[in-house]
Write a new protein. Structure first.
Length: 369
C-alpha cells in the first residue's frame, strides 16, 4: 500500500474547515459560543450545524486509521514518539498559552479594565480552567493511550468479526458507534465534564477513533480499491443532505442535556442514530471525492498538510479577538463574516510563515517534523 495522499489532504481539509466554522459561529443563531455578534443570520447557523454534523468524527476516523497504520508499519517506538511530537507537545503548548485567551476575552466583556496578566494566573484554577479549542488534542492524547494499552491481536480479531461486504461492514460500524453513544448517554448528559473533558462527547468521539482503527485492519472506508462512479458519489451526497436536515431539526429541538433513559427515548434514539450516521455518510462522500480529485502530492498540498495543525492552533485566539471587537460593530453581518474570515486566515498564515515554519523550537512546539 503506497502513501494515501488523499487522506493526508482530507485530514488537513478537516482542520481548515474548523477555521470557517469558528468564524461562522460568531454570526450564527440557535447555537451558543463564547463571543457572538448582536446581529446574526440563519445561513451561518445551517453552515455551523452542517460542519458540526461530521467534521470532528471525520478527523478521529482518520486519526484512528493512521494510528493503526503507523503502529504496524513503524512499530511501537515510532508510534509513541510520533504521538509525543505531534499531539502531546502541541497540546501542552495550547493549554498553557492559547486556551486562556478565550476565557480572558469572555470575562473582559463584563470587566473591560481587566488585563490579561491579571487574569492568566487565575485561569488554572477550577473556576476558569477549560480546554478551549485544544480539547480535540486532549481527547486524542487519551485515545492514543487507550490504543497503546489495548492488545493489537484483540483489535485484529474484532475487525475480523465485521462483514467483508462493504455495505454490511458500514452498517456494523454505525451500530457500534450508536451503541457506544447510547451506553455513554445512559449515564452522562451533554455538558457533564471532568477536568474539562465532556464525558458524552469523549465516548462518542472515541467510537469513531475505534472505527478508524478497525477500518485499517478491515481495509474498509478509507482504502478505495476502485474509483466510485459520479452517480455513486452523488448518491452519498444526497443521502448526507437528507440525514443532515433531519439531524439539524433534532439537534435544535432535542438538546442532549438529560441522560438517555430519562426523557424521550424514541426521539433521543433517532437523534443519536443521525448523530452517528451523518459522519459515516459524509466521510464516504469526501473519501471518494478526494481519492478521485485530490490524491496528489505537490509543493502546495505538502505546505497545506504541514501547516494545517499549527494554523488550526493559532486561528482560534485570533478569531475570538476579532469577534470581541466586531460584536458591537454596526455593519452588514455578511461583510463582517467575510472580513473576519480573511483576517483570521491571513494572520494565521503570516505567523506560521514568518515565525513558526523557520524556527526550530516553534516547529517542535507546534508539532511539525
Amino acid at each position: 500500500m503506497g502513501r494515501l495522499f488523499y487522506l493526508d489532504n482530507l485530514r488537513s481539509f478537516a482542520l481548515f474547515l474548523g477555521i470557517l466554522f469558528h468564524a461562522a459561529i460568531v454570526y450564527a443563531p440557535k447555537i451558543g459560543y463564547a463571543i457572538q455578534a448582536k446581529e446574526r443570520a440563519d445561513v451561518f447557523g445551517y453552515f455551523c450545524y452542517y460542519i458540526h454534523s461530521f467534521r470532528m468524527p471525520l478527523f478521529y476516523l482518520i486519526s484512528g486509521y493512521f494510528s493503526a497504520l503507523v503502529w504496524q508499519k513503524k512499530g511501537m517506538g515510532n508510534y509513541i514518539l510520533g504521538r509525543i511530537q505531534r499531539i502531546l507537545i502541541p497540546m501542552v503548548l495550547g493549554l498553557v498559552f492559547l486556551a486562556p485567551i478565550q476565557y480572558f476575552l469572555v470575562v473582559k466583556i463584563h470587566h473591560p479594565n481587566l488585563s490579561y496578566f491579571q487574569f492568566y494566573p487565575n485561569f488554572f484554577s477550577m473556576d476558569y480552567f477549560a480546554h478551549s479549542h485544544i480539547w480535540f488534542l486532549v481527547d486524542l492524547t487519551l485515545f492514543s493511550i487507550l490504543f497503546f494499552l489495548f492488545p493489537k491481536l484483540w483489535i485484529e480479531k474484532i475487525a475480523g468479526l465485521f462483514p467483508k461486504n462493504e455495505n454490511f461492514c458500514f452498517l456494523g460500524y454505525v451500530i457500534l458507534t450508536v451503541s457506544l453513544t447510547i451506553l455513554g448517554h445512559s449515564f452522562f448528559p451533554r455538558g457533564d465534564d471532568v477536568y474539562g473533558i465532556d464525558k458524552l462527547t469523549f465516548i462518542y468521539q472515541f467510537g469513531f477513533f475505534l472505527v478508524g482503527i478497525l477500518s485499517f485492519y478491515g481495509k474498509t472506508i478509507f482504502e478505495v480499491i476502485e474509483r466510485g462512479s459520479t452517480i455513486a458519489s452523488l448518491n452519498w451526497l444526497l443521502a448526507g443532505l437528507v440525514v443532515f436536515l433531519s439531524f439539524y431539526q433534532l439537534e435544535i429541538s432535542d438538546p442532549l442535556w438529560m441522560p438517555y433513559f430519562t426523557y424521550g427515548i424514541e426521539k433521543r434514539g433517532l437523534h443519536i442514530l443521525l448523530w452517528c450516521l451523518s459522519p459515516f455518510i459524509w466521510t464516504k462522500f469526501f473519501v471518494l471525492a478526494f481519492e478521485r480529485y485530490l490524491n496528489v502530492s505537490n509543493s502546495f498540498t505538502v505546505y497545506l498538510v504541514d501547516s494545517s495543525l499549527p494554523i488550526y492552533l493559532l486561528h482560534h485566539p485570533i478569531s475570538l479577538l476579532i469577534a470581541y471587537y466586531f460584536r458591537e460593530w454596526d455593519a452588514n453581518v455578511y461583510l463582517k463574516f467575510l472580513l473576519h474570515t480573511m483576517i483570521v486566515f491571513s494572520s494565521s498564515f503570516l505567523i506560521y510563515d514568518t515565525l513558526i515554519k523557520n524556527t526550530t523550537i516553534l516547529r517542535k512546539a507546534f508539532g511539525l517534523k
